[in-house]
Design a protein around this ligand. Sequence first.
Ligand code: FAD
Length: 393
Amino acid sequence: MQKIVIVGAGLAGLRTAEELRRAGYEGDLVLLGGEPHLPYDRPPLSKEVVRGEKSDTTLRPREFFDEQNIELRLGVEAASLDPESRILRLVDGSEVSYDELVIATGLVPRRIPGLPELAGVHVLRSIDECLALRSDLADAQRALIVGAGFIGCELAASMRAGGLEVVLVEPQPTPLGSILGEKIGGLIARLHVDEGVDLRAGVGLQSLTGTDQVTGAVLGDGSEVTADVVAIGVGSTPVTGWLEGSGVELDNGVVCDGVGRTGVRHVWAVGDVAAWQLQVGGRKRVEHWSNAGEQAKLVAGALTGTAGGRPAAHVPYFWSDQYGLKIQALGALAGTDEVHVVKDDGRKFLAYYERDGILSGVVGAGMAGAVMKMRAKIAAGTPIGEVLEAASA
Ligand code: FAD
């Protein structure tokens, strides 16, 4: 009887376990999670949960794991890996043997070095961090958000919905500029400003003020901001410290081939922690929800020998909810030659991304149908002229 051990009971770990059973794997299956909670969904944390509209985002009830014969071990972290003897050592000193190991340990929020430890300063990755932030927001009037990436932007929208004054600080010229490019970042900036956010783009955080409790911050341009709560969203780092010295190659994540195999026999990786060799864009970690499920399916297929190979053309997808608008993106958005905004009503917009004369990606806000129908066109490598002509017809 085979034994597959999955380290990390987040979305990617859970989906890998589910896909293995779906693919007919009947051997032992262990899902090991560092958090004490049943696997839960993270996207609602910066949206409904922080706004107080829901508190539980559990993905599967406990009975599901019993029914599927998945041994769920929660509240215990993997500490190190010995691939020679195929042994995983846990922080409680116990050992777990495996035939195949899947790494799904996700990310932790990046910290800004040198900041004082003050109450009222938060990061957001886990449900516990979210509930702590929510609790502080209940008495707050003014919040400072450092970093206008997805989490910072979504938190700004959620806090504005709760009636808070929000200052959003971003060292780059626009919010989301490094992901969507500056042109579309400008449209996102407009959205936040129109919703009453005090956006300070092109300036970073210099220091926080306060003694025990945060009272505000000094920004890189010398200006001062008052705030009862500070949320820091300056990116995340892959959880790979426990793999140091194991021989598993690490380079901003766990280095994998195109189906999640690492260079060490019987060790695989999925989800946000995994740097897969992608068909488009080279080796890259993808920190988005849909990717976790897609990679889980491919790894389960490879492990059970039921895979039909990689899908013919994988078109990455992600979404973000801000101010009641669904912002959606498909395809490759980095390294594009030109971004064509084909619709813009001052709030909703649609943009096509061009690389080498081909439609490489699409981003829309409040344009769900128009975005999703481009998936096939991106996969087919449609000439940009063709889609621009259709858009102007
Ligand atoms: P995680 O969900 O981080 O799970 C990893 C798990 O491994 C964690 O539970 C961790 O505790 C555990 N772990 C770590 N180290 C160990 C160890 N040594 N031993 C055992 N367990 C360990 N994506 C979108 O596409 N759209 C969105 O709108 C969106 N919103 C988001 C909002 C927030 C606030 C966050 C945080 C993420 C959001 N995402 C969104 C991203 C999406 O949630 C992630 O892509 C997804 O959670 C990745 O799943 P994962 O299993 O790889 O990692």
